[in-house]
Structure formats: C-alpha cells, structure tokens
Design a protein around this ligand. Structure first.
Ligand code: XMP
Length: 323
C-alpha cells in the first residue's frame, strides 16, 4: 500500500542525504531483515554499498549460491562472499556440546566478518538490518549513530564491534518497522519470495541440527534430506501453513533392509511446528500422505539414510531445535 511506498521513497532520500558520497558496509546473512536492508541501500546508493556475506558452510542446500546470485544479478552493489566452510569444520572437529558449538560458530563468524571489513571501514558507514522488535529486545533505543557504540545485531546475542574498527556512523534503515512491514518493503523492492518469506534459520545453521560432532559428510546428508522435505512441502503448497520445518540428523544408525541387503545407516528426523512467537509451539499436524511422500523420497533419493521419523513433541517440553 501507499504507506510502504512512501516509506521506501522517504528512506531512500534520507539514506542518500546521510551517506553522500561515502561508502556503506552491510553484513548480509540471507535472512529477511538484512536482505531487505540491502535492497533499500542498493536502491539508495548502488555501488557505494558493499555487502559482506560470510558463508560458514552450514546453510541449507544451495542457499549460499542463491543469496549470491540474487544480490549480484538483481541489485546494484558490491557483493563479497567469504567462504569459510573448511575453517569452521576444523574448529568444530571433535566438539559435541551444543553450547560449545554455538560459541565456536559465533566467535569464528565474527572473527571472519570483522577481518573482512577491517580496513574497508575508515571512510564509510556501517549498516545493519535491525528492526523495531530487536531494539525493544536489546533494551536499546534507536542507535545513536556512533559506530563505536553500535550493538551488533546477531542471532540471539549481541556482539560488540571491535574498538579498532571505526566507522563514520551506524545506519539502521528498518529500525522503525515490524516484521510484516519489512516483508512488504522487501516485496516492493523485488527481493525474491524465498528471502522475503524465509523461515527463521538459526545463526549456527545446520550446526545445531546435526547432533553431536559435525562433519562435512553429515552436513551433506542433512542438506540433501532437508532439501527433499522443503521441495515436497512447497510442491504441496503446505509451506506457508507452518512456522518452521526442517530435518535433523541425530547421528544415530539403525538397521534397515534394501533389496536383499541389510543396511545399517542414518536416521533422519523431521521437525515441523506452528507457533505465533516461538516461545511455545505445537508440532504440526502434517497430513499423512505428505509425510509418506517425504519419507519415501528421502530414503530413495538420499544416500546413507534408511529411516525417517517425525517429531511429535510440542514446546514445551521440547524446544524447536534439537540442540
Ligand atoms: P528453540 O529451539 O529455542 O527455538 O525452541 C526457537 C527459535 O529460535 C531459533 N533458534 C536460534 N536462532 N541462533 C538463532 O539465531 C540460535 O542459536 C538458535 N537456537 C534456536 C529456532 O530456529 C526457532 O526459530
């Protein structure tokens, strides 16, 4: 509607005014908020914008490529993708504790991110996709615009910008919007449906959907199974009825049979929930025929999976994620 049209027009004008001929750097995660912020900034200042996308190798199948493809072909900007899957895998070797995994992934993520933008900072602004509820949650009002006091928006916890990185200021173009308004702006800017309507995806990514130690092989198996689930849900038009759905790899082998062979291979679990706020959630009553199709396809199409189970636990007592 016209309210959001006005918002875009006014924000683009204000961004141009504020940024002038300086540069802007934005950390792009592929989530809704940073994607929409990127779209707005691109419209305002084009190539003066650099988006830095750190791919830790723990995203869903083809997701990193999709993000890169979208922002390099549809929007005017500099796009930097830092692939550090191998680094993350080596740091995570042998680590099984969920919180330890989260800590390592978070710490390494910011090391890589700050290293990438250090040196590019001096003469520019730092932008992020903070939205109104983030500001309320963090107990901080609108950023005062000073870079060195910026609270960096992260997944679930707030990181501080290192002292040796100095920007001219912080820009939060979505700071007054709610999620549904952000989505509306995103649609108007032509950001693909997949990004605008993306489900929440945890910062540690598939790292907390592989129970216990993470290995490259497990990541691959989980990505393939999860891709089949998403494909089948979207083909059935069931996608938009759920708040979140995904596969989990518990790292458990069970006995199965294939032809006249005995198999001993991975179990994969499907998790799907409906919820308003993610504080509580109901397990989703996906129709049996869809579950049957998903199960058949996963066991047929994904190597090293011989059994599929469905998680029928609500929150509480279960959390949405398994770790
Ligand atoms: P839980 O598992 O706590 O999940 O019921 C509630 C919502 O939060 C997401 N989640 C995370 N998001 N970093 C994130 O950015 C995390 O470490 C994390 N853990 C859970 C989860 O996907 C769900 O949407």
């Amino acid at each position: 509607d016209w309210v959001m049209d006005n918002f875009i027009e006014n924000t683009v004008a204000a961004l141009r005014e504020k940024i002038g001929d300086k540069k802007v750097i934005l950390g792009l995660s592929g989530g809704v908020d940073s994607s929409v912020a990127a779209g707005l900034l691109s419209r305002a200042v084009g190539k003066q914008l650099t988006c830095v996308f750190v791919d830790q190798g723990l995203m869903r199948k083809d997701e990193g490529d999709f993000v890169e493809q979208t922002f390099t072909t549809m929007f005017d900007m500099n796009f930097v993708r830092v692939n550090c899957g191998e680094l993350f895998m080596s740091k995570l070797k042998g680590v099984t504790d969920p919180e330890e995994k989260r800590k390592i992934i978070g710490t390494e993520f910011y090391k890589v991110f700050w290293n990438e933008i250090r040196g590019q900072a001096e003469d520019g602004f730092f932008a992020q996709g903070t939205i109104y509820p983030d500001r309320i949650e963090s107990g901080k009002g609108k950023s005062d615009g000073k870079a060195n006091t910026a609270v960096i928006k992260t997944h679930h916890n707030m990181a501080k910008m290192p002292d040796d990185i100095q920007f001219l200021g912080v820009i939060e173009p979505l700071g007054d919007l709610f999620k549904d308004e952000v989505r509306e702006v995103g649609e108007k800017l032509g950001i693909p449906h997949e990004l605008v309507w993306r489900q929440p995806f945890p910062g540690p990514g598939l790292g907390v959907r592989i129970i216990g130690e993470i290995t490259a092989e497990k990541v691959k198996i989980l990505q393939e199974a999860d891709w089949v689930l998403r494909d089948e849900m979207s083909k059935n038009g069931y996608e938009s009825q759920l708040s979140q759905f995904f596969c989990v790899l518990p790292g458990v082998n069970t006995v199965g049979v294939m032809g006249d062979h005995r198999t001993y291979d991975n179990l994969v679990a499907i998790r799907a929930v409906t919820t308003d706020d993610f504080m509580t959630a109901d397990w989703a009553k996906i129709p049996y025929d869809i579950l049957a199709k998903v199960s058949n396809r996963i066991t047929n199409e994904v190597e090293h999976i011989n059994r599929v189970v469905y998680d029928i636990t609500s929150k509480p007592p279960g959390t949405v994620e398994w770790e």
